[in-house]
Design a protein around this ligand. Structure first.
Ligand code: GAR
Length: 196
C-alpha cells in the first residue's frame, strides 16, 4: 500500500481526481493519509473533509519567517510518514531540506508540456497566459519528480492538449485540467504504487 500525502493551495480539482481515482479503483494500492494546505479556507480542504481524509493547514502567516514555516511544513509531512508526497496545485517552493529528506518521493503536476512554460514564475493561470501570448497550438500537462530546481526533475508522464482559436487563459486552463491533469496525475500515482 502506497501512503500518500497531498499538498494543495487552492481549488483542489487535482486532489479530487486522486480521491475519485482511488474510490473508483483506477488508482490501486494507494491511500491518502493526509492533505496539507498552505492556505486557510480553500475548497481543497472541503474536498478532503467530504472524503473523510485528515486535513491540515500549515500557513506562512503562522510562522515568524520562511525558515520556521519550512520547518513546520516538513514536521507535518514527517508526522504523516508518507511513501510519496504529491504536489497537486501546491504553489509554494518546496524547501531544500524536504527534497533531501524525500529523494524521488515527491511528484508535481505542472500545467504545460515541460520544458515549455515552466520554472520560476510559471504557475497557475500565468502558465496559460504565457502559452497564449507565444501562440502555441499545443500545450498540455506534465507529471514529474521534484528535484532541487524548479520543474526540472525527471518526467513521469505528459499529455498534449490542443489550444483553440480565441481561447482565454481560463478556457485553456480548464481544457488542460479536464483532458490532461485529471488523467495523468492519477495515472502516475497508480504507476508508482504498482511498479515495485
Ligand atoms: C493546476 O492547474 C496545477 O497544474 C497548477 O495549479 C492548478 C491547481 O488547480 N500547478 C502549478 O501551476 C504548479 N506550478 P487545483 O487546485 O484545482 O488542482
Amino acid at each position: 500500500m502506497l501512503n500518500i500525502v497531498v499538498l494543495v493551495s487552492g481549488g483542489g480539482t487535482n486532489l479530487q481526481a486522486i480521491i475519485d481515482g482511488i474510490d473508483n479503483g483506477f488508482i490501486k494500492n494507494t491511500r491518502i493519509v493526509g492533505v496539507i494546505s498552505n492556505n486557510y479556507g480553500v475548497h481543497a480542504l472541503e474536498r478532503a473533509d467530504k472524503a473523510g481524509i485528515d486535513s491540515f493547514v500549515v500557513s506562512p502567516k503562522d510562522y515568524p519567517d520562511r525558515e520556521a514555516f519550512n520547518e513546520g511544513l516538513l514536521e507535518k509531512v514527517n508526522s504523516l510518514a508518507p511513501d510519496l508526497i504529491v504536489l497537486a496545485g501546491f504553489l509554494v517552493v518546496i524547501p531544500e531540506k524536504m527534497i533531501e529528506a524525500y529523494p524521488n518521493k515527491i511528484i508535481n503536476i505542472h500545467p504545460s508540456l515541460i520544458p515549455s512554460f515552466c520554472g520560476t514564475g510559471y504557475y497557475g493561470l500565468k502558465v496559460h497566459e504565457a502559452a497564449l501570448k507565444r501562440g502555441v497550438k499545443i500545450s498540455g500537462a506534465t507529471v514529474h519528480y521534484v528535484d532541487k530546481g524548479t520543474d526540472t526533475g525527471p518526467i513521469i508522464m505528459q499529455k498534449a492538449v490542443e489550444v483553440k482559436e480565441g481561447d482565454t487563459p481560463k478556457e485553456l486552463q480548464q481544457r488542460i485540467m479536464e483532458e490532461a491533469e485529471w488523467k495523468i496525475l492519477p495515472a502516475a500515482i497508480n504507476k508508482i504504487a504498482n511498479s515495485q
